[in-house]
Ligand binder design. Structure first.
Ligand SMILES: Cc1ncc(COP(=O)(O)O)c(C=O)c1O
Length: 419
């Protein structure tokens, strides 16, 4: 088979593919693997019950059932849900959105693919522009989403050391410059893989810089507010005509329904919808129809804040406490867990690379993700990229504890052996 440039790029080794492969193979192997690698949300009975009840309603009502499975939605997505989200965000945040500011996609992952490639790459005038990540490490799923090579530029963060064993990345505004080859800025807030939540000041700074430079600011709120609200402190949401806010129903508990929500200017929404129609014809209606009533009633906010967030926050606290107890005496630091569902562990001076640690953990039936994947666009060497791993704490508590014990054991062995 002779592959096109596209075929070659999208079939060669990609971080996200190897991650999804590992997850899939581990699940299919029948082995008792402890999954601390993916971004799958935990299974929360109250949330599952709410969706099950709604699903029953849809199945029992012939007109709704027909809408659920028998009708192509328009390119912008299920209109009643688009209207409900628009009204909900306006109610919550006092924004002035119309339903022309919202489009649905099959998961936010596909929104990023569309947005990145409609903004960056080769322009009509022959110039090449990139998606700029103002703070890496950043989400592994961006890294291979560009149709062209050399698609990202990135800025190293400044690092704040907190107490003996925590740290926090910050946007280093001194080194952050938007150039003529910048197509857009993009940040996840909360950040995958680190659990960082950019401060309000940082987001305001990025917004200002983006507007001054005439490029959009894409904010990935897959873990953000108003849902699933995996944010353990305060963080003010922000939107204006220059911001493209991407939300998702996945981390709320509907990853299989594949529903992404793009909130942007009319021009961006129209373009995203048009491209979405070419790629997908229509967006699936399942997520939109399952979540419709809870968006209309505002119940989605209560579930997020009172049910979902506390569960994850407790899991984060438990995981940090256990890791801290088991790694005592070793040179470790954990990124201050401010949100999402990950611990980002920095092992300065680890005698092996994080890839080796990952393989060793895998051979002991624990899957984490090696941190090196999360630095797309980085120029030059940075030893830090080989010293971090991402640990997901969203799954069952007993499994997470067992996994952390194995991880800590392996790290201790490696530091002591000095391999
Ligand atoms: C930061 C971030 N953004 C976007 C996504 C994509 O999520 P989905 O396509 O399920 O909406 C993920 C998934 O893990 C993520 O972690």
């Amino acid at each position: 088979m002779q592959l096109s440039r596209f075929g070659k790029k999208f079939t060669s080794d990609a971080g996200i593919t190897s991650l999804m492969d590992d997850l899939g193979n581990a699940l299919a192997s029948g082995e008792d693997i402890i999954m601390m690698g993916g971004g799958n949300p935990g299974f929360l009975p109250e949330v599952e019950d709410a969706f099950r009840r709604r699903m029953q309603q849809l199945v029992d009502n012939p007109a709704l059932f027909r809408r659920l499975v028998g009708v192509y939605d328009p390119p912008q997505g299920e209109l009643e849900f688009v209207q409900a989200i628009t009204a909900f965000l306006n109610r919550e945040y006092g924004w002035s959105l119309t339903d022309k500011n919202v489009a649905l996609t099959n998961g936010s992952q596909s929104a990023f693919f569309i947005l990145f490639n409609m903004l960056a790459g080769e322009s009509a005038d022959g110039t090449f522009r990139r998606i700029q990540l103002p703070l890496i490490p950043e989400y592994i799923g961006y890294a291979d989403a560009g149709l062209a090579d050399d698609f990202f530029s990135a800025n190293r963060p400044s690092i704040e050391l907190i107490d003996d064993h925590l740290f926090k990345y910050h946007v280093d505004f001194e080194s952050l410059a938007v150039n003529t080859d910048t197509a857009a800025l993009c940040v996840s807030r909360p950040t995958n893989p680190t659990g960082n939540v950019l401060t309000d000041g940082e987001v305001e700074g990025l917004d200002l810089l983006a507007r001054k430079s005439g490029v959009p600011l894409i904010i990935d709120g897959a873990y953000g507010t108003p849902f699933p609200h995996l944010i353990y402190g305060d963080a003010t949401p922000i939107w204006n005509e220059n911001i493209v806010l991407c939300l998702s129903l996945s981390k709320l508990g509907l990853p299989a329904a594949r529903t992404g929500i793009v909130v942007a200017s009319e021009e961006v929404v129209k373009s995203v919808s048009g491209i979405n129609a070419i790629i997908n014809l229509a967006t699936g209606s399942l997520g939109a129809m399952l979540a419709l009533d809870m968006v209309q009633s505002g119940e989605i906010k209560r579930l997020s804040r009172e049910v979902i967030r506390p569960v994850y926050q407790q899991k984060a606290e438990r995981a940090v406490a256990l890791l801290s107890q088991l790694l005592v005496g070793l040179p470790y630091r954990i990124h201050k867990p401010e949100g999402a569902m990950f611990l980002w562990l920095w092992l300065e001076g680890l005698p092996v690379t994080n890839r080796v640690l990952y393989e060793r953990l895998k051979s002991k039936s624990v899957l984490v993700v090696s941190g090196n994947y999360f630095f797309p666009g980085l120029q030059g060497e940075w030893s830090h990229t080989n010293e971090c791993i991402r640990i997901t704490y969203s799954q069952d508590d007993a499994r997470v504890e067992a996994g952390i014990r194995i991880i800590a054991d392996e790290i201790r062995t490696l530091f002591h052996q000095g391999v």
